[in-house]
Write a protein that binds this ligand. Structure first.
Ligand SMILES: *[C@@H]1O[C@H](CO)[C@@H](O)[C@H](O)[C@H]1NC(C)=O
Length: 429
């Protein structure tokens, strides 16, 4: 309790304005971090790291080369790390080694998308692309590593840099936690690029920011036969069609209109011939909610509705939520105090008008697993630049990112960590 009060007291000093923060030295310290990260040599190094990772995108749990690039940069900086964690993950340590342990996180995996941007550093792997900015996330964290290593003797505790695999639907964060890689960490901060916000701005909100997400896959089994004799068979195509329609009522009729929930069926696989009733139909999709309870409710109802609709049509259904392989993502909920801490640090770094309150969205992030275990804040960092036309959405084959955001991300990561450790040191006095 005491430590929380001490921390909040410090926080209120930060929040009360840039002027005071500058007075107590934080403003100038934070300003120096940004100046260093923007120096030509530093920026050039970050850009080349980002471009190298961009050229060799790797999918979930296959990030061997990416992990190797990270380790060789950490080696050059003289930073110690553990590896492998969850196959390809790396957890580096900077500072005294003593508590508090504050963590910064980046995800490493790419997407199964063919890059359609023609440029010098286009993906060299067919069908794979860093279209979600994880190449930038890794680079920002390496930039922060270099900034923090320069100040390692002044850190009032330890900064843990978490490079994790498999964010894109594979719950890499869950596996990092399962291996105990974040035991005894006190709090965590993460960044995600946003092509919807101009470079030089960041945004987030306290409380729920991103949806919890689960997947399902259903098989409806009927009795196949000749299309001309439907009465002899049992038609799984009709059963699946009505099941998919019935799923639409769960959000429209059973959910509080002021609560956000989504059910989307994304694929259907039925037979191959126009004159055959197939034996089975397979379909599946995603379920999303801003609360974990909401997600559990959707899972339960999706199962009931599909099983019962199948029964209405004399078919049977099996539903798989694939939880063994793909743990459902909880909602990403920002801790209020951590959010305030990161926000006030960002305001000092970027100026108050460049720090926005961002709306919650139904996207999902496995950062949520960390946020379930410790106070966490997740922020979006703008990468939109009119000149570069870097406003294509995440997951688009045309995604481009403004590399000017790299030093900003590095400085913000470092500043949030340093100020967190400083505010905790107060409590020890
Ligand atoms: C956008 O990018 C161009 C080219 O790199 C640069 O000259 C310009 O300053 C950038 N604009 C902003 C607002 O960052």
């Amino acid at each position: 309790m005491e430590f929380i009060c001490g921390w909040l007291l410090m926080l209120s000093a930060f929040v009360s304005g840039t002027a005071e923060a500058v007075e107590n030295g934080l403003g100038s310290e934070v300003g120096l971090l940004m100046d260093t990260a923007k120096e030509a040599e530093f920026f050039g190094w970050m850009r080349s790291v980002r471009r190298r990772i961009h050229e060799y995108p790797e999918l979930a749990f296959e990030e061997h080369k990416t992990s190797q690039i990270i380790r060789s940069e950490l080696d050059s900086l003289g930073i110690e790390y553990s590896w492998p964690v969850a196959k390809t993950g790396v957890v580096a340590s900077i500072g005294s080694g003593k508590q508090p342990w504050f963590s910064l996180r980046a995800d490493m995996d790419a997407l199964p998308i063919q890059e359609l941007v023609e440029w010098e550093h286009k993906s060299k792997y067919n069908g794979k692309m860093h279209a979600c900015g994880h190449d930038a996330h890794v680079t920002m964290l390496l930039g922060a590593a270099r900034l923090l290593q320069n100040k390692r003797d002044e850190l009032k505790g330890t900064v843990k840099l978490v490079f994790q695999p498999g964010e894109e639907g594979h719950a890499g964060a869950y596996h990092m936690l399962k291996e105990g890689a974040l035991n005894d960490f006190q709090a965590i901060f993460g960044l995600h690029v946003s092509p919807g916000m101009p470079t030089g701005t960041v945004g987030s909100k306290p409380g729920p920011l991103l949806a919890g997400a689960a997947r399902f896959s259903a098989v409806i089994k009927g009795k196949g036969g000749h299309a001309a004799s439907p009465h002899v068979g049992r038609d799984p195509v009709l059963a699946a069609s009505l099941a998919i329609l019935a799923l639409q009522q769960i959000v429209s009729r059973e959910t509080d209109p002021l609560e956000a929930r989504v059910i989307t069926v994304g694929f259907i696989e039925a037979g191959q011939a126009a004159n055959v009733i197939p034996e089975t139909v397979r379909f599946g999709g995603t379920l999303r909610s801003l609360t974990t309870e909401g997600l559990l409710y959707l899972q339960q109802r999706v199962r009931q509705v599909i099983e019962m609709q199948a029964a209405v049509h004399r078919c049977t259904a099996t539903i798989d939520f694939m939880e063994e392989k793909l743990a459902p993502y909880p909602a990403t909920v920002n801790d209020e105090a951590m959010y305030e801490h990161a926000k006030s640090t960002a305001e000092i770094l970027l100026g108050q008008p460049n720090v926005h309150l961002a709306p919650a969205t139904m996207g999902a992030e496995d950062f949520s697993f960390y946020a379930q275990k410790m106070p966490a804040a997740f922020f979006f960092i703008g990468t939109k630049n009119e000149t570069l036309k870097s406003d294509k959405p995440l997951h688009s084959p045309f995604f481009v990112m403004d590399e000017e955001a790299l030093p900003i991300g590095a400085a913000l990561h470092a500043a949030v960590a340093i100020s967190y450790l400083e505010s905790h040191a107060v409590e020890g006095l």
